[in-house]
Design a protein around this ligand. Structure first.
Ligand code: CP
Length: 310
């Protein structure tokens, strides 16, 4: 099995068997993180440039750790210390970095479509680490990996995605990924924060929390995105909390063995009761652990494509 694309931009570009291939590869790479010496020579001699135009804790550190564990040479451009502050465009930034012959770019950007544009200006592989409200494909892969560890299969699972879906690139990628693998996806959000134009057979808008949560096998909670002015889309935080917060009582409607996910950062006691996180019954830290393995797999798969095609 192989993957026949230079870049990882969107889950829409992946078939169900591509997704399974990424997860199987991540399962193999996860073993490295469990060893005493967490390093393999797989990407020795390869150069990876991480450029984050938006803040990140999980994605950026897990990509950096993945690169170190695979012996790649990597650098992370701090946009606030770069010539972006002098007005250099994204295109010129990439063209200049490209001249230094990297093998891959990992890009996070506030504009939807940024990773797609960048992929046209470079021969290097481009991994979308989150573009605006569009997609976050590696988050989707780690979410699927985490659910597969607990449920074995995604097909026929009820997956509830609740919160600020409109502004969530994680939600968009998860909707595409989980539905491709045959899950029944239920979305629930204030009307103003529901996505437009999601027309997929096994994706449904729930009428209330009960319909979204009843017998759910997986619950993915999303935060209100301050940085995208989501507070203007709801009457108040108190109102939002009253109708959309996941409480222990509401969670008891889900399947007994429900998997609770959250991409982070969590705003405790807004979208999810802090007591649910404190109970240790969520899979949030498993998601973070699997993030390293998924990013190792993505780098490996795209570098294998480069080796075959250059
Ligand atoms: N899940 C996620 O993308 O988190 P960060 O913004 O911290 O990278």
């Amino acid at each position: 099995m192989s993957f026949n694309k230079k870049d990882l931009i969107s889950i829409k570009d992946l078939s169900a068997s591509d997704i399974n291939y990424f997860i199987e590869t991540a399962n193999e790479f996860k073993k490295i993180s469990l060893k005493d010496i967490k390093k393999v020579p797989t990407l020795r001699g390869k150069t990876v440039v991480n450029i984050f135009y938006e803040p990140s804790t999980r994605t950026r550190s897990s990509f950096e750790i993945a690169q170190k564990r695979m012996s790649a040479d990597s650098l992370s451009i701090s946009v606030s210390q770069s010539s972006v502050t002098k007005g250099e465009s994204l295109k010129d930034t990439i063209l200049n970095l490209e001249a230094m012959k990297p093998d891959a770019f990992v890009l996070r950007h506030s504009e939807s479509g940024a990773a797609h544009f960048v992929s046209k200006w470079t021969k290097s592989s481009v991994i979308n680490a989150g573009d605006g409200i569009n997609e976050h494909p590696t988050q989707c892969l780690l979410d699927i990996m985490t659910v597969m560890e607990e449920k074995k299969e995604i097909k026929s699972l009820k997956v509830a995605i609740i919160g600020d879906i409109y502004h969530s690139r994680v939600a968009r990628s998860d909707i595409y990924g989980f539905s491709k693998l045959g899950a029944n996806v239920y979305l629930y959000a204030p009307h103003s924060l529901l996505p437009r134009l999601i027309d997929i057979k096994n994706v449904k808008i729930a009428k209330n929390m009960k319909e979204a949560l009843k017998d759910a096998d997986v619950v993915i909670m999303l935060r209100i995105q301050k940085e995208r002015a989501s507070y203007y889309f709801i009457p108040s935080i108190e109102e939002y909390r009253n109708f959309f917060q996941l409480t222990p009582e509401l969670l008891s409607m889900a399947s007994k063995r429900v998997t609770v996910l959250h991409p982070g950062p969590v705003n405790r006691d807004i979208e999810i009761a802090g007591s649910i996180i404190n109970s240790g019954k969520t899979s949030i830290f498993k998601q973070v652990e699997n993030g390293v393995a998924v990013r190792m797999a993505c780098l490996y798969i795209l570098m294998s494509y480069q080796k075959k095609n250059n």
